[in-house]
Write a protein that binds this ligand. Structure first.
Ligand SMILES: [Zn+2]
Length: 356
């Protein structure tokens, strides 16, 4: 574990000892907290996936046990209608557990864990992935990069028009981060070329999607299914027609699959601006989730709900196990608060240097 991780563990433990986390938990009773997850994978696979996005089944189970003791757990749709209708909220603060993307482990492990504890979650799925079995562009990039880093670098060089050596690409996360920053059309060009020259690629054991029957099973068991668009694009980069299709068609396809309304959307990568927010509203969503941390109170914009990310590096201990105070710190918003304070102090520091 990095020294930054050890400092975080200590700070969280002190905050717990001083009662700060308990105080924040009481404050959370005035609203609804939404947690963001992606994958629950066997220990051997956690390191093969994107950094921080996968937890082990044991850590997830420990977290669920803690949530059951301290929170009222419900899908996002129910949490939002609790907030929206006014009146008294449950005495234990509301928390929702949401999973993005639609990978198979969400069904096999995450939903099964929740059900063992009598809980229900919200699963935001990308329809091309779960209904058509089409791999995400970032999984295609990862597969191509693992298969042949030199050929990957050559394709990148050709499309970008400048020489990129395999050694400069860095880690899996740095590579995908670099592709994310490209304009949408250019990124699609890179992925097309990778598919043609190094593919075709099929979802492997690590990146298999859920299927339509699994979605129907989750829905029957009381979990919520929400949309995570058709293809997981950066929505602000799209033209109006494409943006409309990503929001509205994914909703329609899921409703057809489930035979029930789909009212929630989750913006891929948390990328949202006012045009995207309005497109979500026009498509008929009652709520939509961002990746901005915070507590949702009744006056929050329902199409810009906050979510707290239970990322592996912020909630686990040095051995990758459950770290109670750190998980509590993420759930009650202590980490987000600490980061906001640090940013504020930095800004004030810069302002006072400039005013000298
Ligand atoms: Zn996603």
């Amino acid at each position: 574990m990095s020294s930054k991780g050890r400092v975080r563990e200590c700070v969280d433990a002190v905050a717990a000892r001083l009662g700060v986390l308990r105080w924040l938990r009481h404050r959370a009773a005035g609203g609804a907290t939404v947690l963001m997850y992606h994958r629950v994978l066997p220990e051997a696979d956690v390191g093969r996936y994107f950094q921080g996005l996968a937890l082990t089944p044991r850590v997830f189970e420990d977290q669920v046990r803690w949530l059951v003791r301290h929170f009222t757990v419900m899908p996002v749709r129910e949490a939002w209608s609790c907030l929206n209708r006014g009146g008294a909220l449950p005495s234990k603060p509301i928390v929702s557990i949401s999973f993005d993307d639609g990978y198979r482990d969400n069904f096999d492990v995450a939903a099964a864990t929740l059900e063992r504890h009598g809980l229900r979650g919200t699963f935001f799925v990308t329809t091309d992935f779960v209904l058509e079995g089409r791999m995400f562009w970032f999984d295609v990039a990862a597969a191509a990069w693992r298969k042949n880093p030199d050929a990957f670098a050559r394709v990148l060089s050709d499309v970008l028009g400048k020489v990129v050596h395999a050694g400069e690409i860095g880690t899996l996360d740095e590579m995908v981060g670099r592709l994310k920053r490209l304009e949408g059309g250019v990124r699609a060009g890179v992925i097309d070329r990778l598919e043609r020259e190094l593919g075709p690629f099929q979802p492997g054991e690590l990146d298999r999607p859920m299927d339509a029957e699994m979605l129907r099973t989750l829905h029957r068991r009381g979990h919520e299914i929400g949309s995570h668009t058709l293809t997981h694009p950066m929505l602000p980069q799209l033209d109006d027609a494409r943006l409309r299709a990503e929001c509205a068609d994914s909703k329609a396809r899921l409703e057809e699959c489930l035979g029930a309304p789909v009212v929630g959307l989750c913006y891929p990568n948390g990328s949202v601006d006012s045009r995207v927010r309005n497109a979500a509203k026009a498509a008929g969503y009652e709520y939509a989730c961002t990746t901005r941390p915070g507590l949702n109170r009744s006056d929050v914009d329902a199409l810009l709900l906050h979510r707290n990310h239970a990322s592996a590096e912020s909630v686990t201990d040095a051995r990758g196990g459950h770290h109670g105070p750190s998980f509590a710190a993420v759930v009650v918003g202590f980490h987000a608060l600490a980061h906001a304070c640090a940013r504020g102090l930095k800004r004030r520091g810069r302002a006072s240097v400039l005013s000298r």
